[in-house]
Design a protein around this ligand. Structure first.
Ligand code: DOR
Ligand code: ZN
Length: 341
């Protein structure tokens, strides 16, 4: 069996920087024509100039013969000004601003503690049509890690959207039924869904042994939430689109006393999504999710190329080179049912 799709895009991706771009950029570019590139570098990508320079470094790592367009984002630091928003909106390569609540995840130290002082910047984003890409988790120690997304929606996101109704919002890597319901209730907003949150629940990570390579943020939830995500991704609703949140870390940083959050899925993400859609009996809806709904939200043209998947088993490599070390792949060593033709 073969399945030809309009070439997809990845609407949430971490490529990192430096020598690892030699792995991360080709791994994504073999399946995806474009990707929204996260700005959580050290230091963060927080100016038009920094985004342009990072984009150039990414483009230098695109293999000959492949076409790949990095869609850049700025990091919402407390100093990000309305002037920078205006300048970003006038470029053709910056497509969003990422909100990391301070302390929520990898390299989020430069994020904002509260949105109260950020209203002029957020209002400028609404004015110039630049979307806010949201890592939706509160960070208070006393809030249980499994509740942090739901509490964020109630206490931060809903009030923000009420205050600036014209702000365009993508709730990134949603992990709960609460998020699915919230997104459906706000038809103007979008949401990305990762492959790992469609495949796994928290038992997979924690029962019968702790699996550090399944640790990501927002953390995997109980299975009823995974079921809601599968239902949303395969619903055909254009608000839900593909964003891998592929987030590589060196193997030693994952298998550690204090392991980093992130799953590396870029090399085989499309094949993973195909398995999920097939299991749901909804392969016919994969193209919308992977190739059509993201461009519609971001007001970009749909890609002109195609990609063909075929039902042919392939074994996922255990790891990929990562600078002078390696990065483990999600489902490394396991057999996938779909392959790129
Ligand atoms: O699992 C994650 N990894 N979640 C994030 O929000 C950040 C990402 C990373 O940059 O490693
Ligand atoms: Zn991410």
């Amino acid at each position: 069996m073969r399945l030809t799709l309009i070439q997809p895009d990845d609407w949430h991706l971490h490529l990192r920087d430096g020598s690892v771009l030699e792995t991360t950029v080709p791994d994504t570019a073999q399946s995806f024509a474009r990707a929204i590139v996260m700005p959580n570098l050290k230091p963060p990508v927080a100016s038009v100039e920094a985004a342009k320079a990072y984009r150039d470094r990414i483009l230098s790592a695109v293999p000959e013969g492949l076409h790949f367009e990095p869609l850049m984002t700025l990091y919402l630091t407390p100093d990000l000004s309305p002037q920078t928003i205006k300048a970003a909106s006038e470029t053709d390569f910056i497509h969003g601003v990422k909100l990391y609540p301070k302390g929520a995840t990898t390299n989020s130290d430069s994020g904002v503690k509260s949105l109260d002082g950020m209203m002029p910047t957020l209002e400028a984003m609404a004015q110039y049509g630049l979307p806010l890409l949201v890592h939706g988790e509160v960070t208070e120690r006393e809030i249980d890690i499994f509740d942090r997304e739901a509490v964020f929606i109630e206490t931060i996101l809903a009030p923000l959207m009420q205050r600036i109704p014209t702000l365009r919002v993508v709730l990134e890597h949603i992990t709960t039924k609460d998020s699915v319901d919230f997104v459906k209730a706000h038809p103007e907003m979008g949401a990305t869904i990762t492959a790992h949150h469609l495949i796994y629940d928290r038992n997979d990570m924690l029962a019968g042994g702790i699996r550090p390579h399944l640790y990501c943020l927002p953390i995997l939830k109980r299975s009823l939430h995974r079921d809601a995500l599968v239902e949303a991704a395969t619903s055909g609703l254009p608000q839900f689109f593909l964003g891998t949140d592929s987030a590589p870390h060196a193997v030693g940083d994952k298998e550690s006393d204090c392991g980093c959050a992130g799953c590396y899925t870029a090399p085989h993400a499309l094949e993973l999504y195909a398995e999920v859609f097939e299991a749901a009996g909804r392969l016919d809806r994969l193209e919308g999710f992977a190739s059509l709904f993201g461009p519609a939200f971001y007001r970009l043209p749909v890609n002109s190329g195609t990609i063909t998947l075929e039902k042919r088993p392939s074994v996922v490599p255990m790891s990929r080179p990562f600078g002078d070390t390696e990065v483990r792949l999600l489902r490394g060593g396991e057999t996938l049912t779909w392959s790129i033709a």
